[in-house]
Design a protein around this ligand. Structure first.
Ligand SMILES: [Zn+2]
Length: 575
């Protein structure tokens, strides 16, 4: 029998239209044989959907997951220990019929309220977990939800555990009035203390996350992840349309929209969720940094590739030759360094204000096993990618993303390694509107006092303040044919000599080459480059870099926070 025919004969064909008509009203997968996907309309076998993590086998659309299923799905088997079951609301408005409604829902769903909390292990790492369940009054946040979340976070703080909260909520619970509103403050305050204790909070947003939950615990994660295409917003689309009388763009308030606007660290497919959470938890274990391992790193800890035949580097290049080489198309770019020097890299996106700037790539990775924060100014490897990455010219949101990740590194005691490669910060109307100068200034200001080791490596162009904003470091290294200058030779010639065609002469007087800058004490180390430096002979640069990074981490990892900040202060104070 064809599925469609079967479908007609099941009770699902009698579902009320409203139950599957809109995207935001989704029925749960029933226990029966068939159901209809509310995204593509296909008839699908309920068992298949369950087996496949509640994903439509036809269109890949995500169904909501019951809270206990969600926990089964991410936790190691048999590790869930539930906390605080059975709390009762005081029904603050004495709202008629409310208690009866709750009793009915408890019976129907087997839940005691709209959130389940407790402790689990994920791939062996212990964590506190909370999961909202949309079947219970659209997981709106009443007093009991707020109380359970706050208690779970407080206990995590006491036991020094990370917290993972899966949000899915219509927002505040109207039946509890202003008491419901206060749960936003209660949960946020508990998370602030958890964060101040140096602990990790991962927020996972699922469809839909709206209203008072978005405006409190959902948006406060150190790391904020979302499932694909989830509706996430403060005011729902219908409310906005009715209020301002404007039609909203397609994809408005979906996960992809939020990622682009800088509010998510990443979108994770359900099939990748457990592995992603496990990886993040491991990278943050023991406050994120394996201090002992870092302090004892040596050259022997970094793998040695088979020694290639060394190609002697060019000695007699002019400064202008080096400017040209620093801009070469086939020169390895930031992402190449991340790939070759580190393992377990997870990219985190967004400045949490406006945008995710593709001219800056940042995230957490391991260097010889030690968790580090890595941030690179990113040129593309072809024209298309270069356009997407704005030719390596960061916008204010790029510097704000970098700074956000650096502050996070500081919170988790991770060293920071930056790769600099930019013609300069992006000049443009939009960049000025959003405060390019402020973004660079703030970055320099905050970097100068970060309480963790900071290393910057200039791998291509070190263009002016746009470069310094990621190079206010303990040590700054340069590749032999990279350059670092107050502005481009073209700009220099045009300002001082009113003639940009004199760029070549300008390059010679600007002292922008690695060797000049080393002599001036602006940089500590210069790495030789092979002739025709490219992906082909990349290892010749990577090998000594690896050894020196191991040396850097070991040396600076032994310094106290005070010694580090004092050292960095004096490094620039003496210039
Ligand atoms: Zn479907």
């Amino acid at each position: 029998m064809k599925l469609d025919n079967m479908f007609k004969k099941t009770k699902y064909s009698t579902l009320r239209r409203s139950e599957y008509r809109t995207e935001t009203v989704r029925p749960e997968v029933p226990e029966g044989l068939l159901r209809k996907c509310n995204k593509c309309g296909a008839a699908i076998i309920a068992e298949d959907v369950k087996k496949d993590a509640y994903i439509c086998p036809k269109c890949g659309g995500y169904f909501r997951m019951h809270a206990y299923r969600r926990i089964e799905f991410v936790a190691d088997e048999g590790t869930f220990e539930e906390w605080d079951r059975g709390l009762e609301t005081k029904n603050p408005l004495e709202y008629k019929g409310y208690i009866e409604k709750l009793e009915g829902l408890k019976e129907k769903t087997g839940l005691d309220e709209a959130v389940i909390t407790g402790k689990v292990k994920i791939d062996g790492t212990e964590t506190v977990i909370g999961v909202c369940d949309g079947r219970f009054l659209m997981a709106s946040m009443g007093e009991v939800v707020g109380e359970k979340v706050a208690r779970a976070v407080e206990r995590a703080t006491k036991e020094r555990l990370p917290v993972i909260l899966f949000a899915c909520s219509g927002g505040a619970r109207m039946q509890e009035g202003i008491t419901s509103l206060m749960q936003m403050a209660k949960t946020s305050a508990a998370l602030k203390r958890h964060s101040d204790a140096g602990l990790l909070y991962i927020s996972v947003l699922t469809d839909p996350t709206t209203g008072g939950v978005t405006a409190s615990f959902a948006m406060l994660g150190d790391i904020i992840l979302a499932e694909p295409k989830a509706l996430i917003g403060f005011a729902g689309p219908r409310v906005i349309e009715q209020t301002i009388g404007q039609k909203l763009p397609k994809g408005f308030q979906r996960s992809e929209f939020l990622l682009d606007h800088g509010f998510l660290d990443g979108i994770v497919e359900r099939s990748e969720l457990k592995a992603t959470l496990a990886n993040i938890l491991k990278l943050h274990k023991d406050s994120g940094c394996d201090t002992e391992r870092m302090q004892t790193l040596s050259r022997n800890d970094v793998e040695h590739g088979a020694a290639d035949e060394e190609v002697p580097s060019a000695e007699n290049l002019s400064a202008w030759d080096r400017v040209m080489l620093s801009r070469m198309q086939d020169r390895p770019v930031g992402s190449d360094y991340i790939e070759r020097l580190f393992t377990d890299f997870i990219e985190f996106h967004g400045d949490r204000f406006f945008k995710d700037d593709h001219a800056v790539i940042g995230g957490v990775a391991r260097f010889a096993g030690v968790p580090v924060t890595v941030i690179a100014q990113a040129k593309g490897t072809n024209t298309k990618e270069n356009i997407e990455r704005n030719f390596g010219m960061p916008s204010p949101e790029g510097y704000r993303k970098a700074l956000r990740l650096m502050k996070q590194a500081e919170k988790f005691h991770r060293p920071i390694i930056c790769f600099v490669d930019t013609p300069g910060a992006f000049c443009g109307l939009e960049a000025e509107e959003r405060g390019q100068g402020e973004a660079i200034a703030k970055s320099i200001y905050e970097m100068s006092a970060l309480k963790v080791p900071v290393l910057s490596v200039i791998i291509g162009e070190g263009g002016s303040g746009g470069a310094l904003a990621m190079a206010t470091a303990d040590e700054v290294w340069m590749l032999e044919n990279s350059v670092y200058s107050i502005l481009s030779p073209e700009g220099f010639a045009s300002i001082l000599w009113k003639d940009s065609s004199k760029a070549k002469e300008a390059a010679e007087v600007m002292r922008l080459t690695a060797k000049d800058l080393c002599k001036l004490g602006i940089v500590e180390k210069v790495f030789e480059e092979p002739q025709d430096f490219s992906a082909e002979n990349f290892e010749q640069v990577i090998r000594p870099l690896r050894e020196e990074i191991a040396r850097f981490l070991s040396e600076y990892g032994r310094m106290s926070e005070q010694e580090l900040t004092e050292y960095r202060y004096m490094r620039f104070r003496n210039m």
